[in-house]
Design a protein around this ligand. Structure first.
Ligand code: ZN
Length: 465
């Protein structure tokens, strides 16, 4: 039986991106029996259309909320692929040059959606092989990372002995708004494939986020100015919205204009509203008390026209728009209106990758180029840490606590070298039987007595959010 755990897109420098994302082992694809999808982030689901185009015809298992999030993310990704190909073809000087094809199109995404099978949290599901034989069982548990996210608990028989494999995918933080905490592991696993995005780091305190955000909003209210929050459309936008509605509902601030200006942010917010069964108790209590979340307190701008209308609001108001890097998306137009105004403020809600406009602003550069013009940066710029969607090293160890046992062998993936290797060392110090950072394209074999230690040492490719 062959299972694929996630099928994500690599995001990085263009040449590397093309190489990784176009590569598919076609012969192997036809032998895959099932795909298990942990959540809807692009680096976990983004290559599914490529897999289907290469001939995969089996089921793609995911939670109901992930099915919705993955649809929105994949459709957006297909649109970007098509636009990029159009742009490159229009720019080509030689009309006889071969046309650039998009990696995939919206039609390919439609084909992916037909193969999705929705499985609820906690529902043990047997996987059938392509020829109908009974295979291992898997169960989704809440990973607390984004809406619908799951870690996977796989149970199988290995030479008659029961064996378990835990695939953490991405694990969220504890005590974050909206989402539940990562669910406690059902027990110790024989094998663990764990993420390590921030495995060797410590995040800021989540409790510090609320007063920092409130102070920023109050400053803009006092100045009658605009507060811009460049944000990821999936997850972070909804978290910031949750705080805004809380501030208004608890009368910590008066009712002011709050805008979500991103078509994908609007859609994911709508899906978030529909999946209240995924919320933690505090968020459910908030809805019960106020009857609202993603409510009339917020203006959602899907169309370009709605986006332009936001410019008529000179403040006080809060505008949440993608993208956090400020390299593309609607945030750019809002920046051109605010960046030279000393009363306006930009608040970054997380780490911004280097060599991007967002990072230059975050680092305090005094003159920046936005779209086609240079601007002096006169507005205030702040950063609020602590809103990461990923557990840090301590939180990952807390989550893996029940399986930090001598019989467990861990494979540490989804992290830069220093994070993955640092976290592997922490796992060993905490008493796990073995911890390896596998190289790309490495195979592992087990014997009846347990896993055979592998030999790779370089990390897998990943990206952060
Ligand atoms: Zn993720």
């Amino acid at each position: 039986m062959r299972l694929l755990l996630d099928c994500g897109m690599y995001q990085g420098p263009r040449a590397e991106e093309d190489e990784f994302n176009q590569w598919v082992p076609v012969d192997d694809v036809k032998q895959i029996d099932a795909v298990i999808l942990s959540h809807g982030h692009l680096d976990h689901c983004g290559k599914l259309p490529v897999l289907i185009s290469a001939g995969y015809t089996g089921p793609i298992y995911c939670t109901p909320a992930t099915a919705e999030v993955a649809r929105i993310v994949l459709e957006d990704s297909a649109e970007i692929q098509e636009e990029n190909a159009d742009y490159l073809n229009n720019r080509a000087r030689d009309p006889s040059a071969p046309k650039v094809k998009p990696l995939y199109t919206r039609k390919d995404v439609h084909d992916v959606l037909k193969q999705i099978r929705r499985v609820k949290y906690g529902e043990k599901t047997m996987i059938l092989s392509r020829d109908g034989k009974e295979g291992p069982n898997f169960t989704f548990f809440d990973a607390g990372h984004i809406l619908g996210s799951a870690y996977v608990w796989l149970e199988t028989l290995d030479n008659g002995k029961p064996r378990t494999l835990l695939f953490t995918a991405d694990i969220g933080r504890y005590n974050t708004p909206i989402l539940r905490d990562p669910q406690t592991l059902p027990g110790a696993a024989n094998w663990v494939i764990t993420e390590s995005t921030y495995g060797n780091k410590q995040h800021g305190d989540i409790a510090a986020v609320e007063p920092q955000l409130l102070d920023a909003v109050k400053t803009c209210i006092a100045n009658r100015s605009r507060l811009l929050i460049p944000s990821f459309a999936v997850g972070r936008t909804q978290t910031v919205l949750w705080y805004m509605e809380k501030f208004i509902n608890e009368k910590l601030i008066p009712r002011i204009g709050v805008y979500v200006d991103s078509p994908m942010g609007v859609e994911v917010s709508r899906v978030t509203c529909e999946h209240t069964d995924n919320y933690d108790e505090q968020s459910r209590a908030m809805i019960a008390a106020t009857g609202s979340f993603c409510s009339s307190l917020v203006t959602f701008a899907s169309s370009t026209q709605q986006s332009k209308q936001i410019n008529n609001d000179n403040g006080p108001c809060v505008i949440i728009a993608s993208s956090p890097t400020c390299e593309f998306g609607r945030i750019l137009h809002h920046l051109t209106h605010s960046v030279e105004n000393p009363k306006d403020m930009i608040v970054f809600v997380g780490w911004i990758p280097p060599r991007t406009l967002g990072r230059r602003l975050q680092d305090g550069e005094k003159r920046v180029r936005i779209l086609d013009r240079w601007y002096d940066v006169r507005c205030q710029v702040r950063t609020i840490h602590g809103l990461s969607a990923h557990a840090d090293g301590d939180e990952l160890l807390r989550f893996l606590g029940p399986t930090l046992k001598p019989q467990t062998q861990a494979f540490v993936v989804h992290g830069e070298v220093d994070q993955a290797e640092g976290f592997a060392r922490r796992l060993l110090a905490a008493g796990i039987g073995g911890a390896t950072v596998p190289a790309i394209d490495t195979s592992f074999f087990t014997s009846a007595d347990g896993p055979v230690p592998p030999s790779g040492t370089s990390p897998t490719k990943t990206d952060n959010d």
